[in-house]
Design a protein around this ligand. Structure first.
Ligand code: 3EB
Length: 332
């Protein structure tokens, strides 16, 4: 019988030296890598999904987020979708180039459909986490803001897959701008369902009113699976509205209140994020100059965090100045 483990997932983050060490120590067990930086990172061994997220790292160099399994993984490149899987999890990544003919709505639909097809074929029905990155997120596309165009395509792909993809709740996610390049999508899915979390202070993203776009974003505020907690991109939103537009200090405080609220939901399922080991935070800032202030506030809030990285990126709403995502997962 197929084993369905939920405790094989590990996360290890750091700069290049650390990454090189992980490559050696965890050879054959790497599920996937997200590499954040302005300059394309070199990676000799690409026997796993490797996603370059073209954003500048504040106060640092290229940052590698390495998803590792305790087991040997099987890698399968299918067209542009490269995946690695163990008994319990599948991680995949793809980059879709915009060539001027395809609009973002079409590409988002295409990308998500490829992900859902792969999950179906390999038998990992539960989508836990997705990563969404593309340039010009607040620019106007054909008619709509590009983030809204993206949402139309993503929503459509989910509607066609409502049977599978919604089982166990919609995934945790993030959606940020990049400096250049194509649509970068990453995903993590599992054989056993996770528990999707919402934030009582915020409207479910799926229920956002139409003034935020013709089709709503599809994500949950967090996902619990086995011994891991994924918290989605979290910003200064109360209900469905951005609060404190233009006021960075207040947006950071509101963001941290929302982060605590999701952590509290996880606690109702017995996950003690404040007591747990690990804790990796990715913080996205619209303006680099806000970095010291945000760093100080987050460090005061989570002094025991394993790692924090600060990235300069456009946030998916033009009035949002900051967003944080967090992972609590055992290290390697
Ligand atoms: C929000 O709460 C802020 O579109 O996948 C956070 C996490 C946000 C994920 C997504 C968007 C997404 O609406 C933005």
């Amino acid at each position: 019988m197929m084993k369905k483990s939920v405790d094989s997932l590990r996360l290890s983050c750091g700069t290049r030296q650390h990454f090189e060490r992980v490559l050696v120590a965890c050879a054959g067990r790497i599920l996937g890598v997200l590499a954040f930086g302005s300059v394309e990172p070199q990676c000799s061994n690409r026997q796993f999904p490797f996603l370059w997220v073209q954003q500048s790292v504040l106060g640092g160099e290229t940052w590698f987020e390495v998803w590792v399994s305790t087991q040997r993984v099987t890698v399968s490149p299918v067209g542009s979708l490269v995946c690695a899987q163990d008994d319990g999890f599948i991680f995949g990544g793809l980059v879709l180039a915009e060539d001027g003919r395809d609009n973002l709505e079409f590409l988002a639909h295409q990308g998500y459909s490829a992900i859902f097809d792969k999950m179906d074929r390999e038998g990992y029905p539960y989508l836990l986490r997705v990563w969404n990155y593309f340039p010009g997120i607040n620019d106007t596309g054909r008619e709509l803001e590009r983030y809204r165009e993206f949402n139309v395509g993503r929503h459509e792909a989910f509607s066609h897959k409502i049977d599978r993809a919604f089982e166990g709740g919609v995934p945790a996610a993030c959606a940020l701008g990049t400096e250049d390049g194509g649509l970068v999508l990453g995903f993590l899915a599992s054989r056993v369902p996770g528990i999707s979390l919402e934030n009582p202070r915020q409207t479910r993203a799926y229920d956002y009113p139409e003034n935020f776009g013709p089709k709503s974003p599809v994500f949950s505020r967090g996902m619990l699976v086995g011994n891991a907690l994924f918290i989605s991109g979290t910003a200064s939103i109360l209900g469905s509205e951005t609060v404190y537009p233009g006021d960075m200090a207040r947006q950071v405080d509101e963001m941290l209140i929302n982060l605590r609220a999701v952590i509290k939901q996880a606690a109702t399922y017995g996950f003690d994020a404040y007591g747990a080991e690990g804790g990796c935070f990715n913080v996205y800032l619209r303006y680099a100059e806000d970095y010291p202030m945000v760093r100080d506030k987050l460090s005061a809030e989570f002094p025991a965090a394993d790692c924090r990285v600060y990235l300069q990126a456009d946030i998916c709403r033009a009035d949002l100045l900051v967003e944080v995502e967090a992972f609590w997962i055992e290290g390697i």
